[in-house]
Ligand binder design. Structure first.
Ligand code: ADP
Length: 384
């Protein structure tokens, strides 16, 4: 029988807080979501209380997992209640200190689940983030085609859809259904076109509106990373939430990223959005592998004529100015949209096309940088 909200709230009424009473009566439970046995919510706490509240969080997690039908419980302590934290949160990535002090304690506890500051994922050789300064620039389209191009180049690849606000990888990868779990704890990733995929979209319906708070996003992403049987991977491509706010900063700090790729359109680089992305990764010492200019120019589907509607070339110039690699340009082409929106991205559905070749070229550049140690050794000289 499906787990209901009232069953959960009833179970939580048994969880006492040190100050007296239970967490439900004290009004501390917020943002409850239940989906096919997956439960998530936040416990709102005063930051000063965070250390004593960690056992409460654990007890709540156990109470949920003891309910019949519960598959996972993502419970985080948040200290977002109250004006000061909210005000500081809105300062965004420019103020990492403010972030730490505003809700560092509670947040730290939430990440305590992740085993301290950085997640450890020993089976995965490299995790790369695909990021953008804002939404709608084609970050997910680029992430999926890059993941598939890396696979085409002979690598074992996973794709993590960390864009919990608008998970699009189930659609782009043409995958339907729910992940299964052999032991009720670790989920098996879904897969198609030869790569493994995990997305919040498999756990909630695409239409379900979700309001995410910063710590909940991190917690959800942590779960999608840590509680999934990824197996051995050469690369895990991580489609980040759009923008460069606190969440992305926290994620960049907590996930052991080998590097980040910034996707930008010609006009958004002009509007400084992509630069924010660059600065964010620099701040947390994540190497920026380079910038990709998406929707770089328009390629007419009828005559193949190319026109530069958005002052093409801005990303290349900006990359040079910022001293990062320019990885390549992808045109605005209806075939790219139709194939990825239809679950058959161009890299796999039209492998002979110049666009697929462009993605493969970018993937190769990225892999050369990632496996830099070998690459720097230079070609092996064989004496015959
Ligand atoms: P984001 O992840 O940045 O929000 P998406 O990857 O979801 O953006 O892309 C937004 C829309 O633009 C999608 O419908 C996608 O198919 C389309 N799109 C992305 N890149 C291209 C491109 N190079 N040419 C044509 N359409 C594209």
């Amino acid at each position: 029988m499906a787990l209901t909200e009232s069953q959960i709230m009833d179970a939580l009424r048994a969880i006492r807080v040190p100050q007296g009473g239970d967490i439900v009566t004290a009004g501390m439970v917020s943002g409850l979501m239940v989906r096919d046995g997956h439960v998530g919510f936040a416990i709102e706490v005063d930051p000063a209380q965070a250390p004593v509240m960690e056992p409460v969080r654990k007890a709540a997690e156990k109470a949920i997992m003891d309910l019949p039908g519960a598959l996972s419980a993502t419970i985080v302590l948040t200290a977002h209640r109250g004006a000061p934290q909210t005000a500081q949160r809105s300062t965004g990535p420019q103020r990492p200190q403010a972030h730490g002090h505003a809700h560092g304690h509670a947040h730290g506890q939430a990440q305590g689940q992740a085993g301290g500051s950085r997640l450890s994922l020993p089976g995965i050789k490299h995790i790369i983030a695909v990021a953008s300064g804002k939404g709608g620039v084609g970050k997910s389209t680029t992430a999926v085609n890059l993941a598939l191009a890396l696979h085409t180049n002979g690598l074992k690849v996973g794709l993590l859809d960390a864009d919990v606000y608008g998970p699009s990888q189930p659609r782009m990868m043409g995958i339907k259904g729910r992940p299964t779990s052999k032991d009720g704890k670790v989920m098996e990733p879904m897969s198609n076109h030869g790569i493994k995929v995990m997305s919040m979209g498999f756990l909630i319906d695409e239409e379900t509106p979700m309001i995410w708070r910063g710590p909940m996003v991190m917690s959800a992403i942590t779960q999608l990373l840590r509680d999934v049987a990824w197996g051995d991977l050469d690369v895990l491509v991580c489609d980040l939430p759009p923008g460069t706010g606190d969440t992305q900063l926290t994620m960049s700090q907590n996930v052991p990223l080998s590097g980040a790729v910034i996707v930008s359109t010609p006009q958004d680089i002009a509007l400084l959005d992509a630069k924010k992305g660059l600065n964010m990764f620099r701040k947390v010492d994540v190497p920026v592998l380079g910038i990709i200019e998406n929707m770089s120019y328009f390629s007419c589907p009828h005559c193949g004529h190319r026109s530069d509607i958005f002052a093409h070339g801005g990303a290349r110039r900006e990359a040079e100015r910022f001293g990062v690699d320019f990885l390549g340009e992808i045109p605005l082409d209806i075939a790219i949209r139709e194939t990825s929106d239809g679950g058959n991205p161009i890299v796999v559905s039209q492998p002979q096309s110049p666009h697929a070749a462009a993605y493969r070229g970018i993937a190769e550049r990225i892999w050369t940088t990632l496996s830099g140690a070998q690459a720097r050794q230079g070609p092996r000289i064989v004496i015959q």
